[in-house]
Design a protein around this ligand. Structure first.
Ligand code: MFK
Length: 493
């Protein structure tokens, strides 16, 4: 009889994830763990049943842009799959954004949320991307919004009711500025209290959202990022038509196929100023610091899924007379990926906890500094670990890993986005230097790290990092330094 290889299988991703469970048990008070355990089990089951089915459907039925109706009228409608809509609704129901704001578990709320997102992301077809921006927008409104925005937009963004839940875009990237946002050329014109914005937004990944936060330069404002202001806009009017927005095209991307990423032209888009004029980059950093935490959580969730598949496959695939997991070299190869995954996991959950402490006013000054400095480190490190690990997983499947309908190539294409989305590795490494700009801050950072970790655990990587931190600032070392810090802080993982 002809031989057919059995494929990999995955089961409830909460129950099968001993690292997630042990980390939550260690970090959370017993009563908090007891309260969330049932929910996480439920979510872990959805991740291998309904969500997995819907995400496959969303990835197969990619978004389509219908620019014109049959009579040539412009309509600029993005048609999304049922799978995508189900996943967005599920995200609301399970409180993936809301859990970060109800704060029922105080300083542990972001840890709980990170666990939810980690389980959701790999079966979400990147609905996790609009959720990241939604959460970031909620945070920016919490910090800078007026009462009207807090009572409307914020309530929608943090709703658990799918019929009320809104997602938000974060429209920052323009042709003139991807990493260098100071080059933003969208112009804001004032008419009394009202503003209208005109320009082209080059990457907008939540074009089906109800609202967006974006940067624009008020007429006459100074050059550079300080002259930019932060704005809030609603994409559609009361009749559901786009508010002076043209969708120019959907991007053809390397991966993240289910996600509608578009180029937009704003022709006098009505908008509201958030937090007063100027210092737009500083204000929108409250948003992208959240999306960077999401990026880290999604990276480790993504790699966990890839590893689960490779480990499962290694138990059912037989070569040279035994399952390939019993071949020491194959086992060692997967173990190396598993161990780098554990490091990235440890760092990401640490940052999530610091974020929760900061937002609930329980963080010390040193912890606030650690949060600021480790957010870019966790983001750049988890992205790189994910990309390298998924590449190894593709190889662990041999030829099948190179074949589309195994689902494995998609994992690799999608992983590549993590080091670009919300800032490249180099931009993040430089952000780490920005966070430690002053000599005094660098000394405080070293003290904060040594207060939390024993020197023997931090090891040689920490000694090397400290030597670089003590020397005059050298941008060319930023990346090397960032990886040394990540390695030192995760030695115990
Ligand atoms: C999921 C799939 C997605 C689908 C495909 C997506 C493909 C990719 C699409 C994208 O375009 S993602 C890219 C998104 N873009 C970014 O993440 C921006 C990357 N660039 C940076 O992060 C730059 O470092 C930055 C724009 C912040 C540089 O801006 P500036 O204005 O030249 O920096 P400057 O002058 O140092 O900082 C201005 C202010 O912001 C300062 O505050 P003050 O006004 O009080 O002095 C900084 O301290 C503050 N700031 C900057 N970064 C900060 C921050 N504050 C807190 N946290 C930070 N991280």
């Amino acid at each position: 009889m002809e031989f057919h290889q059995v494929g990999p299988s995955i089961t409830n991703t909460f129950e099968s994830d001993s690292l997630l469970r042990s980390t939550l048990r260690r970090v959370l008070p017993i009563d908090v763990f007891a309260k969330i355990e049932t929910h996480l089990k439920h979510v872990g089951e959805l991740a291998v049943t309904d969500w997995l089915r819907w995400s496959r459907e969303a990835e197969t039925n990619k978004p389509r842009l219908l620019q014109f109706d049959a009579y040539g009228r412009r309509k600029d409608e993005i048609v999304m799959s049922d799978g995508w809509r189900h996943l967005e609704a599920a995200a609301a129901t399970e409180g993936i954004v809301a859990s970060g704001y109800s704060r029922e578990f105080g300083e542990f709320s972001r840890v709980y949320q990170a666990a939810l997102l980690y389980l959701f992301h790999p079966s979400s077809a990147f609905v996790s991307c609009p959720l990241a921006m939604t959460d970031g927008a909620a945070r920016a409104i919490e910090l800078y919004g007026d009462d009207a925005l807090k009572n409307t937009a914020f309530t929608h963004l943090t709703s658990r009711d799918p019929s009320k839940f809104w997602t938000s875009g974060q429209w920052m990237t323009e042709k003139t500025g991807g990493s260098d946002v100071s080059g933003t050329s969208t112009v804001a014109r004032r008419n009394g209290e009202a503003w209208s914005l005109s320009g082209v937004k080059w990457f907008t990944s939540a074009t089906t959202s109800q609202m967006a936060m974006l940067l624009a330069r008020p007429e006459g404002a100074e050059e550079g990022s300080r002259g930019l202001s932060l704005f809030y806009t609603e994409l559609r009017d009361a009749k559901g038509s786009l508010n002076n927005i043209e969708i120019l095209r959907l991007k053809e991307k390397l991966g993240t196929d289910a996600l509608p990423t578009a180029e937009l032209r704003l022709n006098g888009l009505p908008a509201r100023l958030v937090g007063g004029e100027g210092h737009g980059v500083r204000k929108i950093s409250s948003l992208f610091n959240i999306t960077r935490v999401y990026n880290s959580v999604c990276s480790i969730g993504h790699l966990r899924r890839a590893l689960d598949l490779a480990q499962s496959y290694s138990r059912v695939r037989v070569a040279f007379g035994k399952p390939i997991i019993e071949h020491p070299l194959h086992k060692q190869t997967l173990d190396v990926v598993e161990s780098s995954f554990r490091r990235a996991f440890e760092l990401t959950f640490r940052v999530a906890h610091l974020l929760g402490r900061d937002e609930t006013g329980t963080a010390t000054e040193r912890e606030r500094l650690l949060l600021r400095a480790l957010t870019p480190i966790s983001k750049l490190y988890s992205a790189r670990v994910c990309m390298a690990g998924v590449s190894e997983v593709v190889e662990a499947f041999g030829g099948v890993g190179y074949i589309e309908d195994s689902g494995i190539p998609r994992l690799l294409r999608d992983a590549q986005v993590f080091s670009i989305w919300e800032g490249t590795t180099n931009v993040l490494a430089l952000d780490f230097l920005r966070a430690l700009d002053k000599e005094e801050t660098r000394r405080e950072f070293i003290a904060a790290v040594e207060e939390k970790f024993s020197i023997s655990v931090l090891g040689e990587a920490w000694s090397k990092a400290k030597a670089i931190l003590a020397a005059p600032k050298d941008e060319a070392q930023a990346r090397h330094l960032s990886f040394l810090v990540a390695e030192a802080l995760t030695n115990a993982a």
